[in-house]
Structures are given as C-alpha cells and as structure tokens.
Design a binder for this molecule. Structure first.
Ligand SMILES: Cc1cc2nc3c(=O)[nH]c(=O)nc-3n(C[C@H](O)[C@H](O)[C@H](O)COP(=O)(O)OP(=O)(O)OC[C@H]3O[C@@H](n4cnc5c(N)ncnc54)[C@H](O)[C@@H]3O)c2cc1C
Length: 381
C-alpha cells in the first residue's frame, strides 16, 4: 500500500518505520526544513553545544518496549534531570524535597518531622478544595504555595491557580527525602548525538521518502491509500469551528563564555523575572566539554495564529470545542489523526512513541481483517 504521513516528528517517524518494515511505501510531508518535530536538536555554530531548539527534551520512561525501541536507533547517555529554582532571591532544589523544605524554612527536619511540619502548614479550614490554589494551600500552606507555585503558574498558563481546577494537583507535590531526581521513571537519558539523529535513523529505510519544506495539502489525500496526520486537528479543518487554544513559548537565546548558571534547568518561581526558566544546553550533554555556553530564557504566552503551538489548554470550554472537531474528524474516511497536535494532548516522547507503535500495528491488523480504520486510535476528549 501507499501511505502519506504528515509530520516528521516522533509520531510520523515511528508510524512510517512500522509501515515500511511491513513492506508498504511511505511518503512523509514535513513543512519545516528539518525532521524530528519539536524534539529537533542541532549544534550551535558558535559554541558547538547541542541545542534543543524547541525547548529542552529529556527522555524518561517506564515503558520497557519504548526504551528498547529508541536504543535501537541511538546510543543513550546517562542523564538525570535535577532542577533548581529561584524564589525570593534564593536558590532551591526542585521538586520540593527535604533539602528544599529545610533550606526554605531554615530547619534541619528529619523526614517524619518534615511531614508533620508541612501538615501543620496546610490550611485545614479548606475541607473541599475546588481550585488549584485551594488544593495547594490545603496541602502546603501559603509560603510554599506562593514561593513555588502561584507566580510560576501565572507565568506559564496566563491564569491564576484560583481559576484552575484542583485536579491539577492530585497528590502532595513534596518529597520527604533528599531525592532531587525530577523524574521517577526507571529509564532516563539523552540520545548521544541528539534527537534529530535518532529520528533520522528511524526514517532510514528504503520504503520511506521524506519531503522537507513541504506543507501537506488536503487535495493530495486521494493519491494515497491512507493518511496519518500529526499536524493540528483544527488546522486540518481550516479552523471552521474556531481555533483550539494553545500556549506558545518564546526562547531568547544568549551565547556566553564559560558557564552561565551551573546547571541545565533553573526555574524562576516568583514574579521578580518575567521568564519561567533558563536552560543551559551544554548541561543536557554532560559527557561533552565546551568552553562556551548557550542559554535560553523561556517565556510563555497565548499562542497567536502565526506562533508555534506548544501546550494545549484543555479546560472545559476548550474540550467542548475539541469535541466538535473530533465529531467532524470521525466523519472523514482514509485519515487517522495522531500525535500531540492531531489529538490536542500534551504527550511525552515515550507516550508519543508507544501510541505511534500501537496505531501502526492496529492499522495493519484492521487492514488485514478488512475492517474500517478509525480517525482516532485514542480517546482524545
Ligand atoms: C517545551 C516542551 C518541552 C518538552 N519536553 C519534553 C521532555 O523533556 N520529555 C518528553 O518526553 N517530552 C517532552 N515534550 C513533548 C514532546 O515535544 C512531544 O512528545 C513530541 O514532540 C511529540 O511528537 P509529535 O510527532 O506528535 O509532534 P511534533 O514533534 O510537533 O511533530 C509534528 C510535525 O508535523 C509537522 N506538521 C504539522 N502540520 C503539517 C502540515 N500541514 N504539513 C506538513 N507538516 C506538518 C510539524 O512541522 C512538526 O514537525 C516537550 C514538549 C514541549 C512543548
């Protein structure tokens, strides 16, 4: 069979490879001048530092199959994400752990003492928290909430935690030990030569053709047996019901000599700075040595039509709009919507890869059984 895939990010690349391995011909359309989608990495011309062009990407997963899959296409180097946070003109360790608590409150508490201490800080008058703010105040009390969550959330989402649902903070966001590994997955690492080389290796198959700088046009669909679409869902339908809202990010790049902040990620949690974080990219490749350095100051704002959509908003109103597009998409034949943009969800890379493997395999099975192919393989609303 002959397939079109729109987008050369992880979704498109993994589906393409599975279909190519099964003997089918695949043509990929990618509007950008590079593969790997938002995970694209390239070396900075001045410093030779590996840049995460669309923001830092750390691979972490509990999924054994996905970990083996990515390791087939690239060696992975050890990397543990340890985030620092500035608030009130002081530096702390994130996620909030025993070191953060002890330094923030100038104490030397043991795990059990800290548990009791934080429980006392929590606002016990809030018995049925409805908003993120109430939940955070109930769990942590005012000081930690204001220090680490309130202004960071306003900067990141353009909304006060008082307008966001309590469900965002499902569990107590605090560790009562000194574990400062940001992720708690079994596997974590960085592809040795960056994500773009990893994706290039996935795409390296005789049955796969990639067209860069090529926007997919809906009228081309008739030339193919099926289309897998990882572009924006609302964009495919020409925004006929209005735009699905996203947050976008501005990365202000600076080159410096030596070392800038001494770590990969520094969050700015209070309102003294307008950016959410600074990332220093050479620290994402700790096995390399560079005399110069590159930093990105990261600003979040509402996504305008010409911006890159990063984070779907997915509040009640947005989900209602999404539902309309999903119903519209379900009426289409010969196309499946995949990935973070095609399904309007935030997906980590490992989830993206797991879903893409599932889509390709189920597609092949349904085709063999001569069954209808759905527009979505996941529940998206
Ligand atoms: C700031 C940020 C940080 C992140 N950090 C992490 C992290 O640390 N760890 C992690 O696991 N995940 C992270 N992610 C998630 C990761 O970026 C996604 O999992 C991944 O990019 C999803 O891949 P995709 O192929 O679905 O989408 P994308 O990577 O967005 O690829 C879609 C591609 O389709 C192309 N396209 C769209 N429309 C068209 C069209 N009409 N014609 C032709 N081409 C088109 C686009 O140009 C794009 O290249 C992060 C995401 C963001 C926003």
């Amino acid at each position: 069979m002959n397939f079109a895939i729109v987008g050369a990010g992880f979704s498109g690349a993994v589906i393409a490879r599975e279909l190519a391995e099964a003997g089918h011909k695949v043509t990929i359309f990618e509007s950008r001048n590079h593969i790997a989608g938002n995970c694209h990495t390239e070396r900075d011309a001045e410093s030779d530092v590996m840049l995460h062009v669309y923001g830092p990407h750390i691979f972490h997963t509990d999924n054994e199959e996905v970990w083996k899959y990515v390791n087939q296409y690239s060696a992975f180097m050890p990397y543990v994400n340890r985030v620092k946070a500035v608030t009130g003109n002081r530096v702390f360790s994130l996620p909030i752990n025993l070191l953060t608590i002890n330094q923030f409150f100038n104490k030397t508490l043991s795990p059990n003492e800290a548990k009791e201490f934080i429980a006392q800080k929590g606002d016990s008058s809030i018995t049925n928290p409805e908003t993120f703010e109430e939940q955070a105040l109930a769990f942590l009390g005012e000081e930690l909430y204001e220090g680490f969550f309130k202004y960071y959330t306003i900067k990141q989402w353009g909304m006060s935690p008082a307008e966001l649902p309590a469900s965002i903070l499902k569990r107590l966001p605090v560790r009562f030990n000194y574990d400062d590994n940001y992720f708690s997955h079994k596997y974590q690492g960085m592809p040795e030569h960056g994500y773009t080389v990893l994706v290039k290796n996935i795409l390296d198959h005789d049955n796969i053709t990639v067209h860069l700088n090529t926007e997919f046009n809906k009228s081309q669909a008739v030339e193919y047996d099926h289309v897998f679409y990882s572009g924006t869902l609302d964009g495919y339908f020409n925004y006929e019901f209005g735009r699905l809202p996203y947050r976008t990010l501005d990365f202000i790049k600076e080159n410096h000599e030596g070392d800038y902040q001494g770590c990969a990620v520094m969050n700015y949690c209070d309102n003294s700075k307008p950016f959410t974080r600074i990332t220093e990219h050479k620290y994402f490749s700790p096995w390399e040595n560079h005399e110069k350095t590159v930093i990105y100051k990261e600003y979040s704002r509402e996504c305008e039509p010409e911006d890159i959509p990063y984070y779907p908003i997915r509040q009640v109103k947005e989900k209602e709009l999404l539902q309309k597009y999903v119903e519209r998409a379900n009426q289409e034949k010969g196309i499946t919507f995949v990935g973070r943009l095609g399904t309007y969800r935030y997906l980590d890379m490992d989830v993206t890869i797991a879903e893409a493997l599932k889509v390709a395999r189920q597609f092949i099975q349904l085709t063999n059984e001569k069954k209808e192919i759905p527009s979505f393989f996941e529940q998206v609303v």
